[in-house]
Design a binder for this molecule. Structure first.
Ligand SMILES: Cc1ncc(COP(=O)(O)O)c(C=O)c1O
Length: 425
């Protein structure tokens, strides 16, 4: 007799490999983790959040409203301010209707939106396209739901469109296009590579999906995950796909206040085609009938008072500095044969190792790094299970988000020493 009476979904939902990375980091105090996707702790807006919460709870009227249940879609004022915030990022000349509160809902972290969409659109055996490599926590959702994947290689400016077209064509030929539900793209300072997609690539990908819808027999959505969009410290912003031609009923935009304000607040948002939004909200009602109202009030005040924008300026400078420290340390300590790109935003550097050197959790490099008391995310964890290619195993994600400046220096020195040791062997 089995010890648990699990559903198929429960059985498919196995422990993610990154849990091991996290528990190892916690269990070994001398270990420097450049693996964690945490944001910078020191700059978390403690004073600002205290002030704002005091304001919210400062009168019986606003306090009671904040401590009561809210609505499933989220606070109307926060949705309006979020829409306006997004509108400003995309450019004030864009039609305001694209950012209307009616198209927008507040989620419990953008992670919840990613989950709800899979639940709402996909059956086990359905297919999603994603970047190769991609955000590995999304792969957990994909696995739980029993979805099939195809990875589309990521270049320095977005996905390989020729590869996307070939994939769509081959799915059409094999009849599998009928199972294709969406293309998932992390378009700004991607996790794990730091790559941002140029406008032309995003817009062409959307057009390509459209062309294959007839053969699919249903809409194919493009999910644009913009989790790191506001953590830009160099270059110009690129508008979201919400402004693309014929985007209104196909593009889903996932945003979050986690990275630009505070990860612990767990407030995210989505702009979703109207007909789909109705279904997403029914599912969200089953999950939690509304994201924490108190924390929504906090975010509403942060946006309304300008505290959010002020904090963001501080944060951008902070990450620019931490990224610069990491870049200098990499230049100093990494062997020249290791390739990497200088980050212009986000939290990550993606390093590509010379041909024969493997980076996976079972590799000599990974074990040697642990001996040197430093941890990175092995690139293999960021590749979807795609039967049409072997998983690449020669890359690593290193983060300047959570580690302190001295730890970034020491961590990179240790990683550099590990790499030299292995390359010399
Ligand atoms: C690419 C990407 N999307 C979404 C999320 C989810 O973030 P949150 O649920 O805090 O909004 C993360 C978190 O690390 C991420 O890296």
């Amino acid at each position: 007799m089995s010890t648990l009476a699990l559903s198929q979904l429960g059985r498919r939902t196995t422990e993610p490999p990154v849990s091991w990375l996290m528990s190892t980091a916690l269990a070994r105090p001398n270990l420097i983790s450049l693996a964690a996707g945490f944001t910078d702790s020191e700059s978390l807006p403690v004073d600002e959040a205290r002030e704002l919460l005091l304001e919210v709870l400062g009168s019986a009227k606003t306090g009671r409203a904040a401590l009561q249940y809210g609505t499933t879609a989220g606070d109307a004022g926060l949705r309006r301010l979020t829409g306006e915030h997004l509108h400003r990022q995309d450019g004030a000349s864009r039609p305001a209707a694209l950012y209307s509160p009616e198209r927008l809902f507040i989620s419990s972290g953008s992670q919840q939106l990613l989950y709800l969409l899979s639940e709402c659109l996909c059956e086990p055996g359905d297919l999603v396209l994603l970047e190769d490599p991609t955000y590995f926590v999304y792969l957990g959702i994909v696995q739980s739901h029993g979805l099939a994947c195809r990875g589309i290689p990521l270049a320095v400016d977005g996905i390989d469109l020729a590869h996307l077209e070939r994939t769509l064509e081959s799915l059409k030929r094999s009849g599998a296009l009928r199972r294709l539900k969406l293309l998932y793209l992390v378009t700004y300072f991607q996790n794990p590579t730091g790559v941002s997609a140029v406008w032309e690539k995003k817009a062409t990908a959307l057009e390509l999906l459209r062309r294959y819808e007839k053969a699919a027999g249903h809409p194919i959505y493009l999910l644009e995950d913009a989790a790191y969009r506001e953590l830009r410290f160099a270059g110009d912003d690129v508008p979201s796909l919400l402004i693309a031609r014929r985007a209104a009923d196909r593009v889903i935009y996932a945003g979050t206040f986690s990275k630009p304000f505070a990860t612990g607040v767990r407030v995210g948002y989505g702009v979703v085609p109207e007909a789909l939004l109705r279904v997403v909200l029914r599912l969200k009602a089953n999950h939690d009938f509304g994201t924490s109202n108190l924390l929504q009030q906090l975010m509403k005040r942060a946006l309304a008072t300008g505290a959010y924008d002020r904090h963001l300026r501080v944060l951008r400078e902070r990450y620019a500095r931490k990224a610069a420290v990491m870049v200098r340390a990499i230049r100093q300590h990494f062997p020249a044969r290791v390739e990497w790109d200088e980050p212009r935003g986000g939290l990550y550097v993606w390093a590509r190792l010379p041909n024969h050197l493997k980076s996976g959790m079972k590799s000599r490099l990974f074990r040697a790094a642990l001996r040197h008391d430093v941890l990175y995310v092995p690139g293999e964890l960021c590749y979807a299970p795609d039967p049409t290619r072997p998983k690449p195993n020669q890359e690593m994600r290193i983060s300047f988000g959570g580690a302190s400046v001295p730890d970034i220096r020491t961590g990179i020195a240790r990683l550099g020493a590990t790499l030299r040791e292995l390359l010399a062997a």
